[in-house]
Ligand binder design. Structure first.
Ligand SMILES: Cc1ncc(COP(=O)(O)O)c(C=O)c1O
Length: 379
C-alpha cells in the first residue's frame, strides 16, 4: 500500500454521516460517540452549517492573506469576547500550529534569565517539532529528541512536584502550558487545588500561562473554555478541532499585554485562515453558546446513568460536560470491534479509557441509545 498508515483504521467504508450517525456503504448505521475526535460539535452535516459553507464556496475558496475576509474580524472578535478580556487572534490550520504560534510568542519573550517552559505529563499539544517539545507523551516525543531546549515536564495534578519546581525555578519560568482537562491523556480534569496553585505561582512569578483548549474548548465541557471551570487566567489560549465546523482551522488567542504577539511578517501561513473554514467558525460560534447549559446537564446525565448501572468492566467514569472518560479495569482489545458489531463507534485513549466526545446537540433519545449500547459491551 502506498498510503503511509499512521492510524489503525476501522473496517468501515463511510457513505455519509448525519447528526450523530455515520452510515457505511452497506447501509449499516453507527452511533458516533466521538464526533470525528471532537471536531463535529454540531453533529455531522448540520444543514445550516452546510449552507453557510456552500455560500462562501460559491463566492470564493481561497484568495490569500493579501485580502482580509469579512469573517476574520467576526470570528476573532467572538473568540476574544468569550474570554471577557482584550486580545487578538492568530489563525492556523490545526491544533499543533496553534501551539506553535503560542510557543513562538512565548519564546520571543524569553530573557537571559527567564527561559523555562513547563508542560505536564500526559498532556498533548501537538506533533510538530515545537509542539512535540512540550508533548507529555514520552513515547511520541523521545524518538525525535533533542527538541527545543529548556522545556520541563512536571506531573499533572502533583502539588508537591509543582511546589518544589517553583521554589527552585520560579524566577526562571517563562511559561506554563496546561490542558485544563487532559484529553488524549485519558480525560483527566485538573484538580481545583492544582489550578489554584498554578494561579498562585503565576501571580508570584509572572510567567505566561497558556491554556490548550483545542479539545476541551468551545463548549465541549459546558463552558466556552474549560479553564473557566477552574479559575485559571490564561494569557494565551489555543483552540482548533471544532472551530471550523469540520474544516481545518485553529486559533491562538493572545490576551491583554501579549496581544501584540508578533510584528508583521514574524509568523504566517499560505492557507490559514481559509475563508470557507472561517465561515464555518462564524456559524459554530453563533450556535455553541446556546448549547452549553444543556451540555452540562447531558454530561451529568450520562455519568449518572452509567454509574448507576455498575457495569462490570468499568473502573471509573470522569469528565465534564460532553467530554467523558470511562476508565476500564483492564484493556479490552476487542471492545472497538464489539462496539462496531452493535452499531457504535468508539474511541479509546491511553489503552483503556473510552473517550466520549459526542456532538454537543446529541438528543436524550440518542444518549439513551448510546448508554444502552455501552451497557451491552461494558458488562
Ligand atoms: C489538547 C490538544 N492539543 C493539541 C492537539 C493537536 O491538534 P491537531 O491534531 O489539530 O494538530 C490535540 C489533538 O488531538 C489536542 O487534543
Amino acid at each position: 500500500m502506498t498510503f503511509l498508515r499512521m492510524y489503525d483504521t476501522f473496517p468501515v467504508e463511510i457513505e455519509r454521516a448525519r447528526g450523530v450517525y455515520v452510515f457505511d456503504k452497506e447501509g449499516q448505521k453507527y452511533l458516533d460517540t466521538f464526533a470525528g475526535i471532537g471536531v463535529m460539535s454540531l453533529g455531522h452535516s448540520d444543514p445550516g452549517l452546510l449552507e453557510t459553507l456552500k455560500a462562501k464556496m460559491d463566492r470564493y475558496m481561497h484568495v490569500s492573506n493579501f485580502f482580509l475576509d469579512e469573517d476574520t474580524l467576526v470570528v476573532s472578535q467572538k473568540l476574544v469576547n468569550f474570554t471577557g478580556k482584550n486580545g487578538t487572534v492568530y489563525f492556523t490550520n490545526s491544533g499543533t500550529e496553534a501551539t506553535e504560534a503560542a510557543l513562538k510568542a512565548v519564546k520571543k519573550r524569553a530573557t537571559a534569565k527567564r527561559t523555562k517552559i513547563v508542560y505536564f505529563e500526559n498532556s498533548f499539544h501537538g506533533r510538530t517539532l515545537g509542539s512535540l517539545s512540550i508533548n507529555g507523551f514520552k513515547n511520541l516525543r523521545e524518538p525525535f529528541e533533542p527538541l527545543i531546549p529548556n522545556t520541563v515536564e512536571l506531573k499533572f495534578n502533583d502539588l508537591s512536584e509543582l511546589d518544589n519546581f517553583f521554589e527552585s525555578f520560579g524566577e526562571e519560568t517563562l511559561a506554563v502550558f496546561v490542558e485544563p482537562i487532559l484529553g488524549s491523556g485519558g480525560v483527566v480534569p485538573i484538580t481545583p487545588e492544582f489550578a489554584k496553585a498554578i494561579e498562585k505561582y503565576k501571580k508570584q512569578y509572572n510567567f505566561i500561562l497558556v491554556c490548550d483548549e483545542i479539545q476541551a474548548g468551545l463548549g465541549r465541557t459546558g463552558k466556552i473554555f474549560a479553564y473557566q471551570h477552574y479559575g485559571l487566567s490564561p494569557d494565551i489560549i489555543t483552540v482548533a478541532k471544532s472551530l471550523g465546523g469540520g474544516l481545518p482551522l485553529g486559533a491562538t488567542i493572545f490576551l491583554e499585554n501579549i496581544s501584540q504577539a508578533f510584528e508583521k511578517g514574524e509568523h504566517g501561513s499560505t492557507f490559514a485562515p481559509n475563508p470557507v473554514a472561517l465561515a464555518g467558525a462564524r456559524y459554530v460560534l453563533e450556535k455553541v453558546p446556546a448549547l452549553v447549559e444543556d451540555v452540562t446537564k447531558k454530561g451529568e446525565y450520562i455519568i449518572q446513568s452509567l454509574s448507576c448501572k455498575s457495569l462490570s468492566k468499568i473502573k471509573e467514569i470522569r469528565g465534564k460536560g460532553l467530554m467523558i472518560g470511562i476508565e476500564l479495569k483492564e484493556s479490552e482489545p476487542h471492545l472497538i470491534s464489539n462496539a462496531l458489531d452493535i452499531g457504535l463507534l468508539l474511541n479509546i485513549v491511553k489503552g483503556k479509557v473510552v473517550r466520549l466526545l459526542p456532538a454537543l446537540n446529541i438528543s436524550y433519545t440518542e444518549i439513551e441509545e448510546m448508554i444502552n449500547k455501552l451497557e451491552v459491551i461494558l458488562d
